[in-house]
Design a protein around this ligand. Structure first.
Ligand SMILES: Cc1cc2nc3c(=O)[nH]c(=O)nc-3n(C[C@H](O)[C@H](O)[C@H](O)COP(=O)(O)OP(=O)(O)OC[C@H]3O[C@@H](n4cnc5c(N)ncnc54)[C@H](O)[C@@H]3O)c2cc1C
Length: 378
């Protein structure tokens, strides 16, 4: 059986790894000249780490395990404590963070090199499994459309479906070298600053704000100079030209189905969400395991796609809704009374309870994929 995967981001590569794992041949078509991802980090929750294990993706020593952290206010006063050890004990895997470049490299390593093609912009996908790149036509039993939030495939398959909407915040991201920095998320009205240590003394930081500092990237240092340590130091240690700036969008109107004929939509193409739960990439990885499991257990591609849609749509669309809700209650809250009330409620949460929050999302475990059969000894 053969699959064509459109898009070589986290979702496309994870899907290719899963399909390869269950014995399919795969071709990944990525339009960019090289596989890679933006120069930032990403949080990986236990649901994604369990799924990567199942896909056979080895993060090696690149995964930074988060042990202790919590919410703070802009002056650094602690609002909650996150008990990382308790969290890992409950879920069997920790909260992890990794440089996106390393995640992409690990995903690529789980897919045969000959399956990966760059500089390949797909211009047509057909429900019968035909994919067109330039003048070449590829035919497959299954097409995985993993072409991201502004998915061209989604638009072609659901031409009347509303496009992603603005989520109400803009985001800045960067990676700085600042050994000894710990995990934290700090809030002020309408603004959140997250700090996530990576390995080797590198630190991934992100800022989301309902009103972008109008000074742009270069003015970020000034805009956050009165925030608590290490935020000013992290911004100072990041060259302005290496700071990523994106307005946040999500697919507010849920798709009626994730499949059309032999095509499965996967990742942001199916369920783009704002990053307030750090789950967009994690959900794409979940999609990949479920798809691989479905094709390896169902009798036909049609039945597998029906099963994939049935399993993935309700869950991933719930995570989209929860992410939107979390944004409104957290980083996007601007009303001073509501903000004070939120802080008061959060302060009462014991550290052990914070390890349970969101367990319905982070505690998901993947189905088991058939293990590859070891080659017979001659
Ligand atoms: C600020 C921010 C912070 C985030 N933080 C987290 C986090 O901490 N944890 C988390 O899990 N998620 C996070 N996310 C979400 C996560 O980045 C996305 O959900 C994830 O990258 C989606 O992967 P994907 O493969 O579906 O799409 P993408 O990564 O967008 O990949 C799509 C790929 O398809 C290619 N492509 C597009 N069109 C074509 C075509 N016609 N032909 C061939 N190739 C094509 C593109 O070049 C691209 O490589 C965050 C997102 C943002 C914006």
């Amino acid at each position: 059986m053969h699959a064509t995967v459109v898009g070589g981001g986290i979702g496309g590569l994870a899907a290719a790894a899963g399909l390869h794992r269950v014995g399919w041949t795969v071709t990944v078509l990525e339009k960019a000249p090289a596989f890679g991802d933006v120069g930032a980090g990403i949080s990986l929750w236990p649901n994604a780490l369990h799924s990567l294990d199942e896909l056979g993706v080895d993060l090696g020593d690149r995964l930074a395990v988060q042990t202790d952290g919590g919410f703070r206010d802009r002056r650094g006063r602690r609002i909650t404590r996150f008990d990382g050890a308790e969290f890992a004990r409950r879920h069997g895997r920790p909260l992890g963070a990794i440089h996106r470049r390393d995640l992409i490299a690990a995903l690529r390593a789980a897919v045969p090199a000959e399956s990966l093609r760059t500089g390949q912009e797909v211009t047509e996908v057909r429900e019968d499994g035909l994919v067109r790149v330039d003048s070449e036509e590829l035919r497959a039993d299954l097409v995985v459309a993993a072409d991201g939030i502004h998915s061209w495939a989604r638009h072609a398959l659901f031409p009347h479906h509303p496009e992603p909407v603005y989520s109400g915040s803009t985001a800045y991201r960067g990676v700085a070298h600042l050994p000894g920095t710990g995990l934290s998320t700090s809030f002020d009205r309408g603004t959140e600053v997250g700090v996530l240590p990576l390995t080797g003394g590198d630190v991934y930081w992100w800022i989301s704000s309902v009103t972008a500092p109008d000074t742009g990237r270069a003015g970020l240092r000034q805009a956050f100079e009165n925030w608590h340590d290490p935020i000013p130091a992290l911004l100072a240690a990041t060259p302005p030209e290496a700071v990523l700036h994106h307005d946040l969008h999500h697919l507010d109107t849920p798709l009626p189905t994730y499949t059309r004929g032999r095509i499965a939509l996967l990742g942001d193409a199916a369920h783009a969400m704002p990053p307030f739960l750090g789950q967009g990439g994690c959900q794409a990885i979940e999609d990949a395991v479920v798809l691989a499991h479905a094709v390896s257990t169902e009798d036909s591609v049609e039945a597998a796609l029906e099963s994939y849609d049935r399993q993935r749509r309700p869950r991933s669309q719930r995570v989209v809704r929860e992410s939107v809700r979390m944004g409104r209650l957290g980083p996007q809250l601007t009303n001073p009374v509501a903000t004070a009330l939120r802080t008061a409620v959060l302060k009462r949460l014991p550290a052990k309870a914070t390890a349970r929050v969101g367990a319905g999302i982070t505690g998901w475990t993947p189905p088991r994929l058939p293990r590859p059969v070891p080659p017979r000894k001659p």
